[in-house]
Design a protein around this ligand. Structure first.
Ligand code: PHE
Ligand code: ZN
Length: 849
């Protein structure tokens, strides 16, 4: 077995590398099966450091030659790299290796996608290109010469020179190898330019395959907006003459922030009104910003080691969420982020994969690009900002950039900057980085002699490796409303540091209604027993948009729980109160659309489990359907009128205003379809001139079981467009009746265009299967079996994407004994495979533990 007992790496074992690298010269002669990479590297001993042995990482490389100061050497080769005797002082290392990019389906290192060469080096991919100290704290300047017949040859930094069959690039900014990139192919560019605040002209390009030129304008607009925003809000300017973005069809993740040469999954950069939904446009805008923002938070200041991943990712997610809030609606963005956090991070934090924002050990770092590191990491920064205030946050960030530019840093460095800028002691706050699990917050209240007291108790349940938890610092944003609905105490941030703590508000004439955890000011589970009356009151009166939404969401949740476990009727009082909000034209349509979204079935399963009730996926599905039917019937007379008002009679614009209208219009259409069997949806489908309307209508038709004609038409229209066909694959599995989901997924895998080695296509089918909650969790186990079959198959080609998809099993212990046994059986079957990758081995071991 290849990786029978993978090694565990520990944060506490960190040791600096013994040498400093002045400059790296690479010459890459491209060939699909025999690319040659020559490296010339000057190593200088770091004064005072110990350098016991000279080890360079290297995997799947065929060493052709190696020399030190011009004299050939014969290093000792291992599966992970090479060891070599080296001189005491400085020396020049030269080596040549051969690699086969056309045979690289793991999509790490140098690989080919639709005939073009591209690289992915984060986290540890550079070692598949050349022997090198592949660790983020080794930073060097790179000069890269690319040789090949491809029309376009790109690398990091600025172009130096080029000629027939070669091009040379130089990146003046020292960087770790994970930020290295190289692209070559017969690409075309969508050009742009940007003048920085200090007057420097920057050339911008989005490089795509011929035929995709028409899908670049939005990406370019988003890039320019990001560059401007980072100057205005964080005072950060771009630092090279050129910034290139490349779209690649085969990519494991969303995108990668390589210095000056960002590489994107084509689904995260290409957009046009005809082929992309509003959600795609918004996501592209956010990811372009995210990668661009990494230039400062990640590239200029990078991570000392991979345990510090949240240093760049938490901060950059936080920055891109600020950007989206500024470009669109801050309230709607916040609600969307919380929905996402609860759907992806909470299950992780509350299951066998739970780990701290800064993990302390790993076997495969690729398995730690998680919702916890990214999204909870961003929440931690949001809390820090809430605690110190906006001004102090800005001051601390300036100090961070000043003090650490050009360095590879730790969370300790980051927190020190805040301590120095504010004089605060952040020792307790630091627990957010080391304690895993989601804190639960309980609240009780008293009112006496005009004094209203809130008492909070926090408790974090045990998580793997962490049986006992200490209290964390919780910023709890609270506002108080008096009984007539006026706000008597505006939003105030209470700083909770103890396990139990009380806060008093004086001088109140009547017992107020509290609005707690406004804006979701801390990533906790709020356990508060309140009456439905109070929630309806908040739904009607709260000035905080998030808590207004939350009040309704709570009512919907409780209504569904009653329907599921007692077979109750839908809560008409709530439906009527919600109807008021949905009809209120003074409110942003995007917000109204979010009010209409019910808790997901997975969220309900988690909620029931937390109340010691075994969730039944079929019952949850049935109740959700029944509630939607009830909403449609109750609002039958007003739905067409709202739909009419949401009709956009203007040229397509992906901005928040039109997108909000289409979003509410789509939610209304889904309800109408329950009444008319799909008539309105078919009309919309036939007339649609943009993908949001077309796909929205198709989704309704599938849910109504009236999709045959539309599905065929859609396939015919879009068979030449990979990204649109991903939607075609995904939607059929996600929106179909649970009873058919697995069978439908399986049927799709038999189509000739089910290119399973393409991660987007694989995820379209199997990610969607997992999203169809009751379909995936069919009691006969067919969903589990099908997915396991394909995970086993994909692991042989692409361990990283396989391992990421294994996490759909993370909630397995929530369900009944029968389903648990079926899921365990599949996990054990995967675990028993000979030659299983290190990535998947680690995941299934953690899932089963
Ligand atoms: N660093 C990338 C980002 O967050 C994500 C990524 C990780 C991409 C690993 C590829 C491989 O923007
Ligand atoms: Zn990132």
């Amino acid at each position: 077995m290849k990786d029978a007992s993978p090694q565990t790496v520990y944060l506490s074992d960190y040791k600096p590398f013994g040498w400093h690298i002045a400059d790296v010269h690479l010459t890459v002669r491209l060939d699909p099966t025999a690319t040659r990479v020559r490296s010339r590297i000057r190593f200088e001993p770091t004064p005072g450091a110990e350098h016991p042995e000279f080890f360079l990482h290297g995997e799947d490389l065929r060493l052709i030659s190696a020399s030190i100061d011009g004299a050939p050497v014969t290093p000792e080769l291992t599966a992970e790299g090479l060891r070599c005797a080296v001189p005491e002082g400085a020396f020049t290392w030269e080596a040549e290796v051969e690699i086969a990019p056309a045979e690289n389906f793991a999509l790490e290192g140098l690989y080919m996608s639709n005939g073009m060469y591209c690289t992915q080096c984060e986290a540890e991919g550079f070692r598949k290109i050349s022997y090198y100290p592949d660790r983020p704290d080794v930073m060097a300047t790179f000069t890269v010469r690319i040789e090949g017949d491809e029309r376009v040859k790109l690398s990091n930094g600025n172009p130096v020179a080029s000629g027939e069959g070669w091009a040379e690039w130089h990146d003046p900014w020292p960087k770790p190898a994970y930020l290295f990139a190289l692209v070559a192919g017969d690409l075309v560019n969508h050009p742009g330019s940007f003048t920085t605040a200090s007057g420097k002209e920057v050339e911008l390009n989005i490089w795509v395959r011929p035929g995709d030129e028409g899908k670049c304008a939005w990406g370019m607009e988003s890039l320019i907006a990001s560059m401007k925003w980072d100057e205005e809000v964080y005072g950060r300017e771009y630092d090279l003459d050129i910034f290139n973005i490349v779209a690649v069809d085969d990519f494991n993740m969303g995108a990668m922030e390589n210095k000056g040469l960002n590489i994107f999954n084509s689904s995260c950069v290409l957009a046009s009104p005809e082929t992309s939904t509003d959600a795609n446009f918004e996501r592209i805008e956010a990811i372009i910003a995210h990668e661009y923002f990494h230039n400062w938070t990640g590239n200029r200041i990078t991570c000392r080691d991979w345990f510090q991943l949240c240093l760049k990712e938490g901060l950059t997610v936080y920055r891109d969420s600020q950007f989206t809030s500024d470009m669109r609606s801050a309230e709607v963005k916040r609600i969307g982020d919380v929905i996402d956090l609860r759907a992806r991070q909470f299950p992780e934090d509350q299951g066998p994969l739970s780990h701290p924002v800064r993990p302390e050990s790993f076997q495969e770092i690729n398995n730690f690009y998680t919702a916890t590191v990214y999204e909870k990491g961003a929440e931690v920064i949001g809390m820090l900002k809430r605690l110190v205030g906006d001004e102090a946050y800005a001051k601390a960030l300036d100090l961070y950039f000043d003090r650490h530019d050009g360095q590879a840093c730790t969370i300790e460095d980051w927190l020190q900057v805040f301590e120095d800028a504010t004089g605060r002691d952040l020792a307790q706050f630091k627990r957010w980085y080391s304690q895993s699990g989601t804190p639960h917050l309980k609240v009780s209240e008293t009112f006496e002699d005009g004094i209203y007291t809130l008492t909070f108790t926090q408790e974090t349940p045990p998580t793997p490796g962490q049986p006992d938890k200490l209290p964390q610092v919780l910023p709890i944003a609270v506002g108080l409303l008096n009984p007539n609905g006026d706000e008597v105490v505006p939003t105030t941030v209470l700083e909770m540091t103890e396990a139990t703590q009380s806060f008093a508000f004086e001088g109140l004439s009547a017992k107020p209604v509290p609005s707690i955890l406004r804006g979701f000011s801390a990533p906790v589970v709020l356990d508060r027993e309140t009456s439905a009356d109070e929630k309806r009151f908040l739904l009607a009166h709260d000035t905080d948009a998030f808590n207004r939404w939350e009040a309704s969401r709570d009512l919907g949740r409780e209504c569904l729980v009653d329907m599921i476990i007692q077979g109750s009727e839908p809560d008409l009082a709530w439906i009527d109160a919600l109807g008021e909000v949905v009809r209120d034209d003074a409110l942003d349509p995007a917000f109204r659309a979010m009010m209409l979204a019910l808790p997901t079935q997975a969220e309900l399963a988690q909620l029931l489990h937390s109340r010691d009730i075994t969730p039944d996926p079929d019952a949850i599905h049935a109740a959700s359907e029944a509630l939607r039917d009830a909403m449609a019937q109750r609002w039958a007379s007003v739905l067409p009128e709202i739909a009419d008002k949401m009709w956009v009679d203007a040229p397509f614009d992906p901005g928040a205003e039109q997108a909000g209208k289409r979003s509410l219009g789509g939610a209304i259409l889904a309800l109408r379809t329950r009444l008319d069997g799909g008539a309105a949806a078919q009309t919309q489908f036939d007339a649609a001139d943009n993908m949001t309307l077309q796909l929205g209508a198709l989704s309704c038709l599938i849910r109504a079981g009236a999709e045959d004609k539309a599905l065929a038409a859609f396939r015919k229209q879009w068979s030449g467009d990979r990204l649109v066909m991903d939607k075609w694959f995904a939607l059929q599995v996600a929106a179909t009746e649970p009873a058919n989901a697995a069978a439908r997924a399986e049927a799709l895998t038999k189509l000739p265009d089910f290119d399973w080695k393409n991660p987007n296509r694989f995820r379209a089918v199997f990610g969607s299967l997992a999203m169809n909650h009751a379909g995936f969790h069919r009691a006969d186990g067919s969903g589990y079996r099908l997915l396991a079959d394909w995970l086993i198959k994909l692991d042989e080609k692409n361990p990283q994407t396989t391992a990421r998809m294994c996490s759909v099993f993370q909630t397995w212990k929530r369900y009944d004994a029968g389903r648990q046994a079926l899921m365990k059986e599949q996990l054990e079957r995967i675990a028993a495979r000979p030659g299983l990758s290190r990535d998947v081995t680690e995941m299934v071991t953690r899932l089963l533990s």
